[in-house]
Design a protein around this ligand. Structure first.
Ligand code: FES
Length: 290
């Protein structure tokens, strides 16, 4: 019940969140998209894991420490913890916007609420930090503590919205997280395989994209690990990779390795035997859940 009520409140924020989301996407899209290597780095392609959640633990931890230190009356140490927290909050925001600009619809709306709340909290913490170090001749008052307490409450609320985005909407979750590896060779239903042209095929319950390059036939799962688009539906072959038509992730054909984001997870790859007309595939992943 509580979750439904909160989700409804969040979903009703479109009047301000949707236009603001468009603005954020325009700004950060213009900053990141012309430099794919930077965007890949921020997405976490090199890490094989989204980078944003790995960084957000630092400011949240620092703010918890600051709160405890304030309660204990250790004001200078709390100020130092807030300084660290704000610094890493800015880093986490810059990294998070690299994921955010690929969101659409409701996930983008929730992402806008999440980032707006975090920005508000960052401003409050900055004001508190300024007061604590004696900026504007007003150090040592209780106001600096209460402002940071309000900032902390907003951070926790915003973290909840971020959790909704990931755990309820599946943003940045591998679209193949629950798919088993399987060890059986399975017959493939497919017709013609023109060279370097992605072709959709069925292998029992699996939907594949096949690409023939010379005598080699490559098989990957058709559903992009990033946000679930079909690679066979508008995807294009670029060298030894296939590029997703939605956000441009590229996967190496011979093994499914992700070589360009925003996807950070590899694409399931299949061994192929036989030729068109009498072909079988078997999934080759080593990190399967099966
Ligand atoms: S769905 Fe986003 S890159 Fe494929």
């Amino acid at each position: 019940m509580l979750h439904r009520a909160i989700a409804r409140i969040l979903d009703a924020q479109g009047a301000w969140a949707d236009p603001l989301g468009k603005l954020f996407v325009a700004i950060f899209g213009a900053l990141y998209k012309p430099v794919p290597i930077l965007k890949d780095f921020l997405n976490g392609v090199w890490l094989g894991h989204p980078l944003h959640p790995a960084i957000t633990d630092v400011p949240i931890g620092a703010f918890v420490v600051a709160l405890v230190l304030d309660i204990m009356g250790a004001r200078p140490a709390a100020t130092a913890a807030i300084g660290v927290g704000v610094l890493f909050m800015i880093v986490a925001a810059l990294v998070g916007y690299a994921d955010y600009i690929d969101l659409e619809g409701k996930p983008r709306r929730f992402g806008t609420v999440h980032s707006s709340l975090m920005l508000l909290a960052a401003v409050l913490y900055l004001v508190s930090f300024g007061l604590r170090i004696g900026c504007c001749g007003s150090g040592g008052s209780d106001a600096e503590v209460w402002i940071s307490v309000v900032g902390f409450v907003i951070v926790i609320g915003s973290a909840y919205v971020g959790g909704e985005l990931v755990y309820n909407m599946g943003s940045q979750v591998d679209r193949h997280a629950w798919r088993g590896g399987g060890t059986k060779w399975t017959a493939v239903e497919v017709g013609e395989l023109p060279e370097n042209t992605p072709v959709k095929a069925k292998a029992a319950a699996q939907t594949l994209v096949l690409v023939r390059q010379g005598k080699d036939i490559h098989a990957l799962h058709d559903i992009c690990a990033h946000q679930g688009c079909n690679l066979s539906d508008g995807g294009k072959v670029v060298g030894d990779t296939i590029e997703c038509p939605c956000h441009g992730s590229r996967y190496r054909l011979r093994d499914g390795l992700v070589v360009r984001g925003p996807a950070v997870f590899d694409q399931p790859h299949y061994d192929v035997r036989g030729t068109a007309g009498k072909m079988e595939v078997r999934r080759t992943d080593t990190l399967s859940t099966a």
